[in-house]
Design a binder for this molecule. Structure first.
Ligand code: TYC
Length: 108
């Protein structure tokens, strides 16, 4: 009836052995966003979305039109390092082509 087992850490002949709680945490995610402007050509934005965010032409056109009409839109969601790298690459690519297109990131 009334069993009195020793606590878990007193098994194993006096050796203190405890089961570690598995510590897995999801990394924080960041949305990479494109901002609208009046000067960057639509075709260029579609190309950016295809090249840097692996969208097909149809999805890239949808996202571009969303940004064009709503002012801002999500290109993708990534861990911090990947998001930072996308933002830098897109902004450098845009400057290289003399377009004012702005890419930034926000905590998801
Ligand atoms: N508004 C731009 C134009 O009319 C097109 C555009 C779309 C620019 C999305 C930036 O992130 C952008 N040519």
């Amino acid at each position: 009836m009334a069993q009195n087992n020793p606590p878990e850490h007193e098994h194993h002949h006096g050796l203190a052995v405890e089961t570690a709680k598995p510590e897995v945490v999801r990394p924080p995610l960041y949305q990479v966003v494109l901002l609208n402007d009046d000067f960057t050509p639509m075709d260029f934005v579609v190309e950016v979305l295809q090249v840097f965010f692996a969208l097909n032409r149809e999805k890239a056109t949808q996202v571009m039109l969303h940004v064009h009409t709503r002012g801002k839109g999500i290109c993708g969601v990534y861990t911090r390092d990947v998001a930072e790298s996308k933002v830098t690459q897109v902004n450098e690519f845009s400057r290289m082509h003399q377009h004012p297109l702005l890419c930034s990131m926000e905590k998801a």
